[in-house]
Ligand binder design. Structure first.
Ligand code: ADP
Ligand code: MG
Length: 255
């Protein structure tokens, strides 16, 4: 097999003031791979995802998704700072789903999914609506397309957020604790949508505390601790028999 990684992260360092939050992250994610990121609060999981999406700029190292670099482009064989339009193009390939669904409250489910297709993707309205309806159907919400977020459960809102990201046809999906804000009885419907997205071949990096999901759906799991990837292994191996005491301790406390 001679496939290129879809995501390449090389020696990424990120500081906030004097605090080094990412201390040299190296990671590759293959096309179609599902990687779950686990680890204690404050270990840098969200910051890493935000650097991948270029919501944060790393201080050194580089991140490449497909053939594009976060914040940089290759010109004459060298990395140069990317322009705004190059950054926008980079971001368009990456879908992100947050803990808090970040839907537009004054727009219906359908309008929430359509708006990016029209404004960012420049689709004709009718094409955008058609694609948005299909995306809502994919997450089982076609019957609620005209509902406003306040009339949807948290689980339904998160499924709209996933549909909105998928409708943009990203090459990579990032999830940052997508079920952490949900009542326990609503977690399952979101995880099963994520599982279906994974089974459809989407490349995913998901921060989660749902260890059963990580074990069953992820190809690999990375345990982050204090700004480093402390352990990375095939999902079952890491969760069932972690090699480090630190990982074992963490797993014993989330289960
Ligand atoms: P996790 O997602 O694993 O809980 P984060 O990536 O959110 O961890 O945070 C890692 C560390 O970086 C924490 O100590 C947090 O306080 C700090 N941090 C995150 N974002 C900022 C920011 N914008 N400014 C200053 N410190 C930040
Ligand atoms: Mg976080």
């Amino acid at each position: 097999m001679n496939r290129q990684p879809l995501v390449t992260i090389r020696d990424v360092v990120k500081r906030f003031g004097d605090v080094e939050v990412l201390k040299g992250i190296d990671l590759e994610v293959m096309p179609g791979e599902v990687l779950c990121l686990i680890g204690p609060s404050g270990s840098g999981k969200s910051t890493l995802l935000r650097c991948v999406n270029y919501l944060e700029q790393s201080d050194s190292g580089y991140i490449r998704v497909a053939d594009q670099f976060a914040g940089a482009v290759v010109k004459n064989g060298e990395l140069h700072e990317a322009s705004e339009s190059e950054i926008a193009r980079y971001r368009q390939r990456i879908g992100m789903v947050f803990q808090h669904f970040n839907l537009f409250l004054h727009l219906t489910a359908l309008e929430n999914v359509t708006i990016g297709l029209v404004k960012v993707r420049r689709l004709a309205k009718s094409d955008a609506v058609e694609r948005a309806k299909a995306a809502l159907a994919d997450v089982g919400l076609e019957h609620l397309q005209n509902s406003y977020p306040r009339h949807l459960s948290g689980g339904q809102q998160q499924r709209v957020a996933i549909a909105r990201a998928l409708a943009m046809e990203p090459t990579l999906m990032l999830f940052d604790e997508p079920t952490s804000a949900l009542d326990p009885e609503l977690v399952g419907e979101v995880l099963s949508v994520m599982r279906r997205v994974a089974e459809g071949g989407m490349t995913m990096i998901a921060v989660t505390h749902e260890m059963r999901f990580a074990r069953d759906v992820a190809d690999r799991v990375a345990f982050m601790d204090q700004g480093r990837i402390a352990e990375i292994a095939p999902a079952r191996q890491l969760i069932d028999s972690p090699s480090s005491e630190r990982t074992r301790h963490f797993l014993n406390h989330v289960r």
